[in-house]
Design a protein around this ligand. Structure first.
Ligand SMILES: NC(=O)c1ccc[n+]([C@@H]2O[C@H](COP(=O)([O-])OP(=O)(O)OC[C@H]3O[C@@H](n4cnc5c(N)ncnc54)[C@H](O)[C@@H]3O)[C@@H](O)[C@H]2O)c1
Length: 462
């Protein structure tokens, strides 16, 4: 079908965890739009064109299949994509900068700026540019400055449309979001561009859940949403440490406080810590911005959310070492799960990376199992000597001859394993460290394990 057969021609630059699923959903919901997703990574684009998608996300393949080849396309031809598009979503990665000024805190905008310059160089007509990546507040201003220097007489309107999906539930989140946020300049052109983006989502989302605002508030809202979510995890994790000292039970505390409608029950699961590509980087970004504006107390407050997370990961490893008689050298330890959360293969910033490295430093032998993340785990740990790490798809085999199991990811399948069978195959005394509090600890204890949950008294046989 020619481009003229479609009422909008949308391009998304960046075919990752956000760009791929978001555009697949738009294409599936809006057969009257042509949606093209472009990336510099040819291998990733090739994978999007097969049934073996480059990311695991429940329900994603079905959504892609609905539209692929009809009005959804994947390409490495960014130039052609830019020329043809009316609306360009930019969903490139914005990791923490690891060099120069702001290293370890501010966002690395090199991919973002490269995209702006590509658009600036290639565009032959007016475009609406949509910030989908999470960016420091006031990035749109810099983008507009780059684009308005085009000297071709073209108009580029920059709109902020931060993505709030969570990996593992991306498809239901996109299909039925709590809200969609679109920010723009409060000028006539800005408002018109904002309306064009609202119109896309209004194809399947009711208008009362599509909110609009100025561009700076939209950019900042994304950073603040992630900061608040991570802060809840660090808050409950900090209390889990106190529970372990006082024999209180974090699950009971979380239940009691969560029933207060002002607090609410979600995001109150104590664990080994949060991971994922966003929470830490977005908070550090917020910290950097606060420091830039001289708000040092505010910066310290948010920084403590990251520090408590690191403390929680460290505490988990220390607990393992201490419980196993202060030495884990040459002991086999099976990690159940490597993804940073269930229902994704994503391992970016997963606590399992930290835990594996610390266990390897103590010369333990770590056997890693995960239903979806083994490939990424191998990549994350490629620098660790083979004598310290093994990868095994089958959790029963992973536990064979192990001194301990550590649950690192809350996969449902780990709740349903036959722990009696696992116990029989392990070295004794057998230890189980439940970093996600997903098992029935009393039952596991009765099988014979020494059980160490998070934020609850340990159940031991000595
Ligand atoms: N992953 C999430 O759950 C999530 C949720 C909300 C927001 N975000 C934000 O969305 C953005 C993207 O995150 P992601 O997880 O999808 O990242 P990702 O690394 O999975 O994908 C980014 C893609 O951009 C591509 N890319 C980089 N530079 C490019 C260029 N110049 N031209 C074309 N392609 C280029 C990369 O090859 C990569 O495939 C980030 O800013 C992130 O903070 C992520």
């Amino acid at each position: 079908m020619s481009d003229n057969a479609f009422s909008k021609n949308i391009l998304c630059i960046g075919a990752g965890y956000v760009g791929g699923p978001t555009m697949a959903m738009i294409a599936a919901k809006c057969p009257h739009y042509k949606v093209t997703v472009a990336d510099i990574n040819a291998e990733k684009i090739r994978a999007w064109q097969t049934e073996n998608l480059p990311i695991y996300e429940p329900g994603l393949l079905e959504v892609v299949k609905k539209a692929y080849g009809k009005n959804l396309f994947f390409t490495t031809d960014i130039e052609e994509g830019i020329k043809r598009a009316d609306i360009i979503f930019v969903s490139v990665n914005t990791p923490t900068k690891m060099y120069g000024g702001g290293a370890g805190k501010t966002a690395d905008l090199q991919h973002w700026e490269r995209t702006a310059r590509d658009i600036f160089r290639i565009a032959e007509s007016d475009k609406i540019i949509v910030e989908k990546s999470t960016l420091p507040v006031r990035t749109a201003e810099a983008m507009e400055r780059i684009l308005s220097a085009n000297g071709k007489g073209l108009n580029f309107d920059v709109v902020s449309n931060p993505e709030f999906l969570a990996e593992g539930t991306a498809i239901p989140d996109l299909e039925n979001p709590d809200r969609v946020l679109v920010g723009s300049k409060e000028t006539e052109r800005g408002r018109k561009a904002r309306e064009a983006i609202v119109e896309i989502y209004a194809n399947w989302i009711s208008k009362d859940r599509i909110i609009t605002c100025d561009i700076w508030s939209a950019e900042l809202s994304k950073l603040v949403a992630n900061a608040f979510l991570a802060q809840r995890i660090s808050s409950i994790n900090s209390i889990s440490a106190l529970c372990e000292k006082t024999e209180a039970d974090i699950k009971k505390v979380a239940h009691a406080i969560g029933m207060d409608s002002r607090i609410g029950p979600k995001f109150l699961n104590a664990s080994v810590g949060f991971g994922g590509s966003c929470f830490k980087k977005d908070i550090l970004n917020l910290v950097y911005i606060c420091e830039y504006y001289g708000l040092h107390e505010v910066a310290r407050y948010w920084e403590s959310v990251v520090k408590i997370n690191e403390y929680q990961e460290g505490r988990f490893v220390q607990k393992m070492i201490h419980a196993m008689f202060n030495t884990i050298a040459h002991k086999r330890i099976a990690l159940f799960g490597f993804a940073f959360k269930a229902n994704t293969g994503d391992t970016r910033e997963s606590p399992a990376i930290y835990v594996t490295r610390k266990l390897a430093e103590e010369h333990a032998r770590v056997i890693i199992t995960d239903p979806k993340a083994l490939h990424n785990a191998e990549y994350d740990l490629k620098d660790i000597l083979q004598k310290y790490v093994e990868f095994e798809a089958d959790p029963y085999k992973a536990a064979e001859g192990a001194h301990a199991i550590a649950i690192m990811t809350e996969w449902d399948s780990y709740k349903a394993l036959d722990y009696k069978k696992i116990y029989e195959r392990m070295e004794k005394p057998a230890f189980l460290f439940d970093g996600r509090n997903i098992l029935d600890h009393q039952k596991i204890y009765e099988i014979g394990f020494n059980v160490y949950p998070i934020g609850k008294p340990a159940l031991t046989h000595f």
